[in-house]
Each structure stands twice: as C-alpha cells, then as structure tokens.
Ligand binder design. Structure first.
Ligand code: S3P
Length: 420
C-alpha cells in the first residue's frame, strides 16, 4: 500500500467491533448451556480463532447479517488441535477454560504465538490443581491439557495482564469454586464487568477480584467499537495539521481509554460524548489538530495503554521537546517485539527515537519522510506505519498490509475514504 499525506482530513468513522469483548462473549457461551446472541461480533482473524475454538468444543453457531446466534447443548472433547493462530487472547483464556473442563485438549499457535509466554497462565493454573503441560518446560505453546475440576486459590498476579486475569477468573468460575485474584495494576476489566452483569457472583475492588460459585444467564449483547482501533484515528486527528475526525460508537470503558487521558494532558483537543453506560460505556469521540507538549511516563501509565504505546511514540515525534517512555517491557512479548519494531519503523522515516531496555527516548518536532517500511507481521505495526505515512512528507510504502485482518479487517477501505 502506498500512502501520501492528505491536505485535509474531515471524516466520520464507523469502527470495527471491540476485539477483547468479541473474544470474551464467545468464550462466555461455554459457561452455561442455552442460547446466546451476539450482535456486531468482530469478523477478524483473531476472533475467528476463538469461534473455531468454541465450535470445536461443541458449540453450534449460525450467522446472519448483523448477529451470530450460538447454542450450547453441552460440551464435547475436541477431535482436533485447537489452533489459536496469532491470537494471545484465544490461547490464554482458552487455556484457563480447558483446564477446568473434563476432557483432553491440545492447543497450538502460529510462529509468533509459539514464542509468546504461557508460563504466566500455566503457573497459577497449576496452583489451582490444573494438569497443563507445555513446550520448553511448560512455558510455551503447544500445550496439552488434561482438564478437571480445579480448586480455588488466592493469588497475586505478578504481570499486568488482562489475559492472565481473565483466564484465572474463567477457570475458577467453571470449577464453581471461590478464588481471589489481586492485580499489580488494574487492567482492562471486561471479563469481570460483563460476567457480573450477566449474574455471576464476582466482587471487584480496585485491584482485587473475588469469584464465587455462581451461574450466568443466557444473553443477547452488542459489541461496541474498539477503542484500540479508534486510537489510530485519534492519533491521526491530533497530529495532522488540518483535521477533524468524528469516531462513532466507541467503547469508553475507563480501563481502556487511558491513552486519551495522557493525550489530553499533552494538550490534545479531544471531546467525548458518552451515550450508553451498561454493560460497557459507549459514545462518540471528536478530535482536532492539536499542539502537543512532551511526556514522561513509567510502568503504571504504560500498563494502562499497552496496545496504544506504539502510537504514543509517534505522537511524541510531533511534540515540542523530549519525551521519555519507560516501563513498557511487555511490548517485547506482543505479536512482535514492538519496542524494537516501532523504533525501526519511525527511525527509518526520520524520527529521532532511541530504544532503551524498557521504552523509548524521543526528541519531538523531527520531520518524518516517506519511505518503504516493513511491519514485522504485526497488525499494530502496520497501522502505526500507515498513520506515520499519512503524516510524513513524500510517499510511504507499507509492506505486510494483510496483517490488519487480525483486528481491523476493513482498515484500508476506511483509510481510502480520507481522500474522497
Ligand atoms: C488483551 C489484553 C492485552 C492486550 C491484548 C488483548 C485482552 O494483553 O495487549 O491485545 O483481550 O485481554 P495482555 O493481557 O497480555 O497485556
């Protein structure tokens, strides 16, 4: 894909549905027998992996234009290997669920997922009595699981990870035992929030979650727009010298929108119109060209906007002065090493960005120039490169465009609308 900086951006965006919530609603249909309806499910490669996962456990599904109707008439042992592709959420949440079901399972992933850490879920699940075995001393996919009823635990999760938290909540819920999980920092809370809304007995204090034996109701829910996908448009809207972007129906859950808070502190002109409160807050976001100050942030801030950090690095390239982003080591174990790859991409385009062990030091107001960029088979690196290309002088050629299918299938169609 070849990209040129448009003179003006004036556009209204309809986002793809939220990836995290789409995965979760599909997994929740495994928790109780009955009928479910999910409207606006994300039709991306990652979510298709979770759909494949639940179907292999006996779930029946029928799609129509706007929704998917799902029936759970009892689960069965999968005949096939549960292939999770590129999707960390499928593998981590799936491992928790399988550990608590009385069948045998094999889980695997693609070249990227096989490199990503699984010990963070395997270790606590074993403390619950789970029989989970993985490659490289039980730390990586593929994993084998001999599912069984687990026992409850009290556990402090040593990494800031919503996937680990959700995996443990689901394992505890399915085993009908009482557990308590503490987070080092509160991460996205869709799992506990929606399960509670559906009738589960879950108590949440700031960074503590208690799960009790309980049940959930069958549901019919609509998935809101994905804030992480919206972040591409927010970034573009504030950085482009002549722009106005309206983003419709975005999930505004506070555990997801921290990126906007930091941008506002930097001086970004962002307005929010909250429209729906339950089960997940939802509304519109309006952004305009902004003058930005630099930022200095650490682990606490980084963990609250982990998927948006590469875009924040781009924002810092346009701010007035030096920015320091530290405490972002987790980026090294995402779909690719995003600390290294963000640096490679932005440096190649002329940014003054230095990679440090756990972040970046970025000098602002450097002029970006179009060039050919590689995106390392990582959807968020593709979107970062396109955003940088829409702000750079000259032409940018972004390789690997098909990887956006992981989270934002119609991304390039939306980008083309900028020029209409
Ligand atoms: C996700 C949690 C985050 C995030 C990922 C989706 C989720 O991962 O990076 O894109 O749906 O729970 P970690 O839990 O590994 O931080």
């Amino acid at each position: 894909m070849k990209i040129k900086k448009p003179e003006k951006i004036r556009i209204k965006i309809a986002l793809p549905p939220d990836k995290s919530i789409s995965h979760r609603l599909l997994f929740f249909t495994l928790l109780e027998q009955g009928k479910y309806k999910i409207k606006n499910l994300l039709n991306s490669k990652d979510v298709k992996r979770t759909l494949y996962f639940v179907r292999n456990l006996g779930i029946e599904s029928k799609k129509d234009k706007e929704s998917i109707v799902i029936e759970n008439r009892g689960l069965k042992e999968p005949e096939k290997i549960l292939y999770c592709g590129n999707s960390g959420t499928t593998a981590r949440l799936g491992t928790g669920i399988c550990s608590a079901l009385s069948f045998n399972f094999f889980l695997d992933g693609d070249f990227s997922l096989r490199k990503r850490p699984m010990k963070r879920v395997i270790e606590p699940l074993r403390k619950m009595g789970a029989l989970v075995y993985g490659r490289e001393n039980d730390t990586k996919l593929p994993v084998f699981i001999k599912g069984k009823k687990l026992k409850g635990i009290k556990y402090k999760i040593p990494v800031a990870s919503a996937q680990v938290k959700s995996s443990l909540i689901l394992a505890s819920f399915l085993s009908k035992v009482e557990s308590e999980f503490e987070e080092i920092l509160k991460t996205r809370d869709h799992t506990e929030r929606i399960l509670k809304y559906l009738g589960a007995k879950i108590e949440c204090e700031e960074d503590r979650i208690r799960v009790f034996p309980s049940r959930i109701n069958n549901f019919s829910l609509k998935v809101p727009g994905d804030f992480s996908s919206a972040s591409f448009w927010i970034t573009l809207g504030i950085l482009h010298p002549e722009s106005e972007i309206l983003i419709k129906d975005v999930n505004l859950n506070k555990t997801r929108t921290f990126y906007m808070k930091i941008l506002k502190e930097m001086g970004a002109r962002i307005e929010i119109d909250l429209k729906i409160k339950e089960p997940e807050p939802e509304g519109d976001i309006y952004v305009r060209t902004s003058e930005l100050k630099p930022v200095k942030i650490g682990f606490k801030e980084c963990s609250k906007m982990i998927d948006e950090l590469p875009l924040l690095a781009l924002v810092c390239c346009f701010a007035e002065g030096e920015s320091i982003i530290k405490g972002a080591k987790e980026l090294r174990v995402k779909e690719s090493d995003r600390l290294r790859n963000t640096t490679r991409i932005l440096k190649k385009m002329g940014a003054e960005i230095e990679e440090i062990e756990d972040g970046w030091v970025i000098k602002g107001k450097s002029k970006l120039k179009g060039t050919r960029v590689f995106t390392y088979k990582d959807h968020r690196m593709v979107m970062l490169s396109v955003c940088a290309g829409l702000l750079a002088e000259g032409e940018t050629e972004v390789e690997g465009e098909k990887w956006v299918e992981i989270s934002y299938p119609c991304f390039f169609e939306e980008v083309k609308k900028i020029y209409d």
